[in-house]
Structure formats: structure tokens, C-alpha cells
Design a protein around this ligand. Sequence first.
Ligand SMILES: *Cc1c(COP(=O)(O)O)cnc(C)c1O
Length: 401
Amino acid sequence: MPLFHRTEFVAQSSSHQYASMALGNSAPIEDVDAAARSFEAMARGQKPQGNPVYGRLHNETVAQFEEAVACVEGLSSAVAFSSGMAAVTAVLLAASNRGDEVVAIRPVYGGTDHLLCDGLAGPKVCWAEADEVADEVGPNTALVLAETPANPTLDVVDLRKLVDRAGRAPVLVDNTFATPVLQNPAKFGVDLVLHSASKYIGGHGDVLGGVVACDAQWAEELRRVRIATGGLMHPMAAYLLRRGLSTLPVRMEAAQKAAMRLVFRLVEHPAVDEVYYPGLGSDETSAVVDRQMDGPGAMFSFEVSDFDVARSIMESVQVITAAVSLGSTDSLIQHPASLTHRMVDERTRDECGVCDGLLRMSVGLEHVDDLWADLTNAIDESLANQPGESTRTRINASSFD
Ligand SMILES: *Cc1c(COP(=O)(O)O)cnc(C)c1O
């Protein structure tokens, strides 16, 4: 995990502190002209020139978190927001100056899918297959957007090809699943690297936040949007998230190790039709994973026979927590068709592999043997409790009444 050994990242840790303004959410002003100049700089999206004036314009704790994220993603800047979705929204608003269309590759996080389809943040969406991106990109393209590994199918997008196919259009990659420990999209020319910090960066399932690593020019635009719309990261969240970054490499290593062991056992399980995990796919995908990731991560999904069995497994686990979200110390399991991808219509879900029998799992830090015992018990119990084939057909038929 080479990036985290960078001396500048380690050096930052010792100076990390919770900094609030002397008067709570505003700073005392002694020199009005100097404060006015600083205010103006911040309104343009620049850093404060001395006085930070007001908490919506600048916060030092948030700035420290941003600096750390920029450093581990290998980019010059980062801008933090109140949530991952606030970060996605800010990028769409900032990008809308450049064009009125976003070219996006499915699947993406259900909330992102919903926001893009709604067009609420400005640009309309054009969904493209990864290898058709170049055909869709034109002078009106504000942004090319992809997630890799993708939520919830763990589809992998070749970053080098993506950047190439996007041409002059800026590229945003949601790097939430991989984390900066396993993947740095900027190495392949990606312009904007987004994280739902609520997930692995926070790491304990108790904070919400989002962050976009980018160059200085994008950072100015994103800060302008943040000042205008107020989707701020709270300083307390920034403090916890900065602390989370320090343990991210060891958490990822441990969770990934357990995930790999569960995946290799699950592929052998007779009730499991398919397991999705980066690197398990074709030789071609494995080559992409090897090139752009330092490991397959700690998220996987698997497919069982149908909706009812999947739902029942989610309801039967005891050690694993049945919950949405991911990247916590606790292992979490959820049923995308019922929960995270509920807002995506059924046909689209099927087309991008989010089928009814799919379960998504985020592996945490419990002992792998406990996780395996819990998972297999839940699977066995769910199969045993299913009505026989004829009864099930009857139930399904009657639901159309
Ligand atoms: C959770 C998530 C988001 C949204 O982040 P919030 O912090 O919940 O707003 C975006 N992308 C991915 C991949 C996610 O898992």
C-alpha cells in the first residue's frame, strides 16, 4: 500500500487537530479591509487570505482532511461535502458550465442513478456501455461518470480506456468501493476522484461525508458551489474522517483478506449461482484489475435463486448485520433490489445485472469463521423455509390478483 507510506501523509498526522473558530461559527474581525479581501477570495473558490470569516466559507479541520485525501489520491486538491451525494451534486453543478449532458456508465450507486435520471442538478444523462463512451461524447458533454468497482455488481471499468474514450471531456470516477488504498484513478488520467467518505474512509459506520479529489481549478469551482449551496462537511465529521484515513490501510487489508476467503468458499456453495468479485471474472477483467488495483477489496455480491431466498438470507443473519451502507467495522448485507437500487426501474436493474436474487456484502473486521458460519446458516435456513415449488408458484400467481 505504497501511497500511505508517503512521508507528507505521515507528517500530517501529527499536526492533525480539531480546529474550530474562536467565536464558534464565525471569526473575530479586527481589520475589516483584510477580512473583506479574504471573503472575496473565498467567494471565488480560493483559500482564505488570513481571516476565514464564517464557517460556511472555510474550516481548518475540513481543510486538513481535504489535504490528506488529495495526498493519498495523488492529486493537488480535494473538496469535502456533507455527504457523497452532496459531492456528486456539486460536481454536476460545477460541470454544467461545460455542457448539458453527462455520459455515464451503469451500474452506479442507486442515489447517483436517481439523481442523474431526475436531471435535478442540471445536465441530462446519456447512459453508455463502457466501450461505447467515445460514440456518446461530444462538444456538449459536461462530464463522463463511472464507478469502479461498481455498486452493487462489482463491475470493473478499465480506467485507461475510459479516459482515452472520454477525449477532452472531464472524467469523474467514484472510488468509494476501492478506496485510495487499492486504487488511485488519477494515475490513469481521471480528473475527479469521488468518495462517499461515509463508507471506508470513516470506516465505523458513524459519520456522513463526501469528498472529491481534483486539480486546483476544479477545486475552486467546487468550493464556489459549496459556498453557494451550503453542502458543507461538519468539522467534527472531518476530524473523524481524517482519523479514519490513518487506519484505512490496515482495515482494508484485514477486510480484504476475510472477503477473499468468503468468496472462495461461496463459489463452491451449491445454493449460490454466481459470485461477483473483482478479479473473479474473465481473464480480460482480471488483467484490468491487476493493472489498476492493488487488490480486489472487501465488497462482493452473490446471486441466489430468487427474490424470496435473497430476502430471507438478509433477514436470517445474526453475526452479519442486515443493513445498507458499507465499509464499516461490522459486516453488512443488503438486498439491492429491495433497498439501495429500489429507485432504479426493474428492467434497467435486470439489464445491468442487479437481479432479484442478488445480495451485496461488505466484509468488516469480525473473524472470518464466524462470518462463514453465519452466512451458510442463513443460506441453509432460507432454503429450508421456502415453500415447495408448487406452493411458490401459487403464491406468485395469486399476487397478480
Ligand atoms: C454511499 C455511496 C454514495 C453516496 O454517499 P452518501 O455519503 O451516502 O451520500 C455514492 N457512491 C457510492 C459508491 C456509495 O456507496
